[in-house]
Design a protein around this ligand. Structure first.
Ligand code: GDP
Length: 444
């Protein structure tokens, strides 16, 4: 029985009954699809939006009528080729400017996998959005413009920067779409040359060769995206189209048996049936109706009185799912965005200082900064530059202690915050100062 005291009265009634489900077994029975989140990176104009639009169109996520509407509108403003790109970014203001503004979130499914595209536009100002996307990504799709001259300028531009960025956020696998091959008559030499250069760069940045997959393609024409290339010049390629490479990304290991971790995105109060609820993604573990949980950092317990998975009510939820938890036995004042829902037996640690392996975007010295972890923002400061690290190997560079971390380099720094924040090893944090991202990386 759950004992709950309201004022002076103690209610001894069980509020909710726990069915004692074996959640892992229930999950297996539900024949889950593999779930994969990916982020799209690459130089501006590499064809990222077009390629993703084509993917959604060919998978019939977007219908012909919608695309025709976009085509007409695009022709009207003299940018006919943009219609496919608009499938992803539907705001008119964005269209008029011809760039993608925010992280567009798009979901689509194949027989085996349900995907979420965390779109990361190539515009320079949008780096903070990309970091947010990368911090949730299971893998990245790197789009390379293979047309003559553009590959070379892209390499000097954002291609390398983006690759290092996703690496610093813990992304290990990259699918490389060598795009716009129609502009070079599907030259195999060009594809081989680009693949070889990108591969050399990515392995030097710390990616393992076995985690890289290359596909020659053209988003605009749809060759090797969902269907095989139809251009006879492309017949030399006998490998799989892009979609198969995305599907064959290793199943995301769902950390079902690990202690429950759910980072709270939003809090809803005042519902008639459910007066207090929280939403977020289950990062690890599982949860079922009737469970007692503890909210960190407030250290307050609550009972799960109901839950929803992808907006449908359910008895249980597992890591990887987007959920709403309906709570009882707790007051709203103990809840805020960025809190972590945990089991009472293994609550997340709350810390006021931690070391982080960081990729610097701006100069970093001991300085004030804001620590961002998902929705959580906490005032703090970099108190010590522990070591400069080798970008590729991650090993400490011998020599004097660094006094300044330069943009583009990787370092280990000590960070302190005023109030304890829930954080554990491998947690992804972003440091910002003066409205700019100064660095991003993983907690040691
Ligand atoms: P983003 O900035 O990376 O999102 O690039 P966009 O998708 O906006 O594409 C930039 C330009 O490249 C547009 O004019 C596209 O029509 C063009 N483009 C994209 N993919 C291809 C392709 O496969 N072949 C050709 N020839 N042009 C393409």
């Amino acid at each position: 029985a759950v004992a709950q005291s309201v004022g002076n009265v103690t209610i001894e009634e069980p509020l909710v009954k726990r069915k004692n489900l074996d959640v892992a077994a229930e999950f297996e029975k539900s024949k889950p699809k593999n779930a994969a989140n990916f982020v799209v990176i690459g130089h501006v104009d590499a064809g990222k939006s077009t390629l993703m639009g084509r993917l959604l169109y060919d998978l019939k996520v977007v219908d012909q009528r919608t695309l025709d509407k976009y085509r007409k509108e695009a022709e009207r403003i003299g940018k006919a080729s943009f219609a496919l790109a608009w499938v992803l970014d539907q705001g008119t203001e964005e269209r008029n400017r011809g760039v993608t503004i925010d992280i567009a979130m798009n979901k689509f499914e194949t027989k085996t996998t349900s995907f979420t595209i965390l779109d990361a536009p190539g515009h320079r100002d949008f780096i903070p959005n990309m970091i947010a996307g990368a911090s949730q990504a299971d893998f990245a799709v790197l789009v390379i413009d293979a047309s003559t001259g553009n590959f070379e300028s892209g390499l000097k531009g954002q291609t390398k920067e983006h690759a290092l960025l996703v690496r610093s956020m813990g992304v290990q696998r990259i699918v490389i779409a060598v795009n716009k091959l129609d502009t070079v008559q599907w030259s195999r030499d060009r594809f081989d040359e680009i693949s070889q250069q990108i591969s050399a760069f990515l392995t030097s940045a710390g990616f393992l060769a076995k985690n890289l997959a290359f596909v020659p393609c053209a988003g605009l024409t749809g060759d090797n995206i969902v269907r095989k290339a139809q251009d006879p010049h492309a017949s030399w390629y006998t490998g799989a189209p892009l979609i198969s490479l995305l599907e064959s990304s290793e199943p995301v290991t769902r950390a079902l048996e690990k202690p429950l971790r759910m980072t709270v995105d939003d809090i809803f109060r005042g519902g008639v049936q459910n007066p207090l609820s929280v939403s977020g993604r289950l990062d690890a573990g599982n949860v079922q109706i009737g469970d007692t949980v503890v909210i960190m950092p407030a250290s307050q317990t609550a009972t799960i009185r109901g839950l929803e998975v992808d907006s449908e009510s359910s008895d249980w939820a597992v890591a990887g799912q987007n959920v709403v938890l309906h709570l009882a036995d707790i007051e709203a004042k103990y809840l805020k965005s960025g809190d972590v829902v945990c089991p009472p037996s293994a609550p997340i640690r709350c810390v006021t200082s931690f070391t982080v392996k960081i990729l610097a975007f701006e100069h970093i010295t001991p300085m004030h900064c804001e620590v961002h972890k998902g929705r959580l923002h906490a005032p703090g400061r970099v108190t010590k530059l522990v070591a400069q690290l080798d970008k590729a190997s991650g090993a400490a560079v011998k020599g004097k202690k660094p006094r300044l971390i330069k943009p583009g380099s990787v370092a280990k720094v000590l960070v302190e915050v005023d109030d304890p924040i829930p954080l554990e090893q491998g947690g992804k944090v972003i440091l910002r100062a003066g409205g700019e991202t100064i660095g991003a990386g993983l907690v040691e």
